[in-house]
Design a binder for this molecule. Structure first.
Ligand SMILES: Nc1nc2c(ncn2[C@@H]2O[C@H](COP(=O)(O)OP(=O)(O)OP(=O)(O)O)[C@@H](O)[C@H]2O)c(=O)[nH]1
Ligand SMILES: [Zn+2]
Length: 452
């Protein structure tokens, strides 16, 4: 209610000059509040009722530690996922005042996604803020009196161009319809949704079958003790983790996505920078992504809907450093499909940390109830989606002719480990015969003629 929202006074001046912490000019108090407690003087979080049917009943997510909001925060962590660190750097460097408030004029979504019953279901959406795209509309009265609220989702539209799509258009495999594929250069019109993680801890804990206390303790310990309120504020249930988010790409009219009568083609894709962007040929990531986009476009052109969701979970969420260590171990240890997962397990302890259990949240947000063509072979993605009550009618593997030579090791190992296939399933013995390319000696690459 607007009447009850106190004006957030910026009693913290902007940083200026080289004022250090504690100096008269510094915006930071000398006294550092390391953590807060529920019964501490002045601590009074703005009510937040996760799973409430509408935004106003649910309440805004308030994460800022500005002095005027510190004791009224109802979420731990910081907005921006991993980019919260760059935000801190910008403030430390004096480029950004601590009390900076964005001007959100004209940033509203380009498409108003229809409210879904799942937005008000505390079990269906636990890892994103279902009202995170409409902060300006839902909580304007807070913004108007100076509260620092940030959207955790944004909806825009754009044209995109991908070499594979350009080629498919030039070869006549994709038609130019003027609306989805707009011209013969293969420009494609898309609606995009960027989404940062917002975790409702009881719901996240339940998805993984652990108790909330254990989850909080592990998050606290394994972020170097960075978020003490995970321990001291059991009354706060929402945590903004410092991890990457996701992007939804929608082909065709976005209003079709939630319509159960419209056929849907969907690709869920986890980031592989080396292949997705730089086209390294050791895995099938970019080809499957391109295939997914192509099939999504075709579905949309046929009156259906096509969706590709890109998650920032590099190297099966183990990170690129681990991935490259694995590549070295594979290439030096004999790169055969039977040892593919073992190499990762040796270095990371597990083969995969993507935890697909949280992935279907965005499908619920979009209002997807069934998937006609699932462009993925992953049993983990499949199981997670089906466990959320979303039907998958058909699974579509990557076509054989799109698999780069050196990535047979990966794909055959995955099929052996339970990935879906319509083709051959290898025995362990046969897998040991599926070999990746060995490394040339460096001299052969730098001095192939033997001159030096
Ligand atoms: N750790 C590790 N990660 C890898 C390796 N090869 C590929 N990846 C990562 O594996 C992930 C592949 O994700 P996706 O393209 O979504 O594919 P998928 O989950 O295996 O299943 P599909 O949907 O069938 O393609 C990406 O995050 C890659 O960065 C590897 O050798 N080691
Ligand atoms: Zn890859």
């Amino acid at each position: 209610m607007p009447e009850s929202i106190p004006v957030a006074t910026a009693d913290t001046p902007s940083p200026s000059g080289d004022a250090g912490v504690g100096s008269p000019k510094s915006p930071f108090s000398k006294h550092i509040l390391l953590t807060t407690y529920p019964d501490q003087n002045g601590v009074d979080p703005v009510p937040l009722q996760w799973g409430a049917p509408d935004a106003k009943t649910r309440g805004p997510i308030i994460a800022s530690r500005n002095l005027s909001q510190l004791k009224r925060r109802n979420a731990m962590g910081a907005h921006g996922g991993s980019y919260s660190i760059y935000n801190a750097l910008a403030i430390a460097a004096g480029d950004l005042p601590t009390d900076f408030k964005p001007d959100f004029r004209n940033t509203e979504p380009t498409f108003e996604f229809p409210t879904q019953p799942a937005w008000g279901d505390p079990k269906k959406i636990v890892s994103l803020d279902p009202f995170g795209h409409d902060v300006m509309k839902n909580f304007r009265e807070y913004l108007d009196v100076g509260w620092d609220l940030r959207p955790s989702m944004a909806v825009t539209r754009a044209n995109m161009r991908l070499a594979e799509i350009e080629k498919a258009v030039s070869e006549g495999k994709l038609e130019v319809d003027g609306s989805i594929v707009v011209d013969k250069n293969g420009d494609v019109r898309v609606t995009k949704v960027a989404c940062e993680p917002v975790w409702y801890l009881p719901g996240v804990a339940e998805r993984f079958g652990v108790d909330e206390g254990t989850l909080r303790r592990m998050l606290f310990e394994h972020t170097g003790g960075s978020y003490p309120e995970l321990i001291t504020r059991p009354d706060l249930k929402v945590f903004l983790p410092p991890i990457g988010g996701l992007t939804v790409y929608i082909f065709g009219p976005p209003e079709r996505v939630s319509d159960e009568n419209v056929p849907l083609a969907l690709r869920i894709h986890d980031e592989c920078n080396g292949s997705d962007v730089f086209q390294s040929d050791i895995c099938t990531c970019r080809p499957y992504l391109a295939f997914g986009i192509q099939e999504a476009i075709k579905q949309a052109q046929n009156g259906g809907s096509g969706v590709v969701i890109y998650f920032r979970k590099e190297g099966r969420a183990l990170g690129e450093v681990v991935k490259y260590l694995v590549y070295n171990a594979r290439k030096r240890g004999g790169d055969t499909a039977d040892k593919y997962f073992l190499r990762t397990e040796n270095i990371a302890g597990v083969r995969d940390m993507r935890f697909q259990a949280l992935m279907p949240d965005i499908l619920h947000w979009l209002g997807i109830k069934k998937i006609d063509r699932m462009l993925s072979m992953s049993n983990m993605k499949y199981d997670a989606i089906v466990a959320q009550g979303i039907k998958i009618l058909e699974r579509v593997p990557i076509p054989d002719d799109m698999i780069p030579q050196d990535s047979r090791v990966e794909i055959d190992a995955k099929i052996n480990a339970g990935y879906f296939t319509t083709g051959k399933k290898f025995t362990t013995e046969e897998l040991s015969q599926v070999k990746g390319r060995g490394w040339e000696k460096w001299e052969d690459v730098t001095d192939p003629m033997g001159i030096l």
